[in-house]
Design a protein around this ligand. Sequence first.
Ligand SMILES: C[S@@+](CC[C@H](N)C(=O)[O-])C[C@H]1O[C@@H](n2cnc3c(N)ncnc32)[C@H](O)[C@@H]1O
Length: 271
Amino acid sequence: MSRGRPAPEGDRYLFPREPRELDRLDVQHYALREALGANYLAPLRHPASILDVGSGTGRWACDLCGEFPGALVVGFDLVPGRGDRPVNYRFVRGNVLHGLPFLEGSFDFVHQRLLAASGIPLTSWSGVVGELVRVTRPGGWVELVEVDPWLEPAGPAGRQLFELAWKLGRSRGIDMAGTIFRSLDLHLRRAGLMDVARHEVRIPIGEWGGRIGSLMGSNLRALFAGLCAPFQERFGLAPAECCQLLTAMQREWEELHSAGPFAVAYGRRPD
Ligand SMILES: C[S@@+](CC[C@H](N)C(=O)[O-])C[C@H]1O[C@@H](n2cnc3c(N)ncnc32)[C@H](O)[C@@H]1O
């Protein structure tokens, strides 16, 4: 990492560890919650214990604390999120690539969102899903949410910026080709889950898409603004040029009515 706090050991997170990255993740959370109409899609009854792997700012976990005030909600991440927390929230620091520090069958619901294109290498994906399933109690649910890192449709500036991001991700072993996105449900089935379901949503990006589009546009603008420093370091892209590309990409997504494809997959651990 070039700026912000030093990265924890084993951290492959693509984005700068800065306060504005936390703001971006919160904006993204609000956009996803609104686009999906819910914080999760699995048919939960009354979960007593919930785990969020790669909890980021902790915003999703705090929403779940409110929805299930009787449940214990655990956020797990390489780095802590924001400060104030509900009484039924706990944070556990760790690296999912080293395994989860919980006993088998500890949680009624295990959730993991947006780690494929930001932290978990393709080669580790099956092992990580296996860990999520291991800590889920029989009859409990696992839910995964991922994005295909691409704009549909994209203009020339968008294409150029995404290609740089793909190159950066690939150099860290991160799946930038949407392989995990496409096989989310397959991974859950392979890990032994049943009643597996998959939903895909195309979320608008830009003012043309109303409130959700506007939130997603802010998210994507902030995401690429955070990548301008690594783009300069790795590929020699001047900050002014990066800025121009960003402005052009925004214009393109308004003209082309671009959207981002997200997938949600969930499944139940057999009793
Ligand atoms: C793109 S953010 C998504 C945060 C949150 N899930 C959300 O949807 O708002 C990815 C998060 O995963 C965390 N992360 C990345 N690699 C990780 C790993 N190996 N173990 C634990 N957390 C990880 C990052 O620190 C970051 O907070």
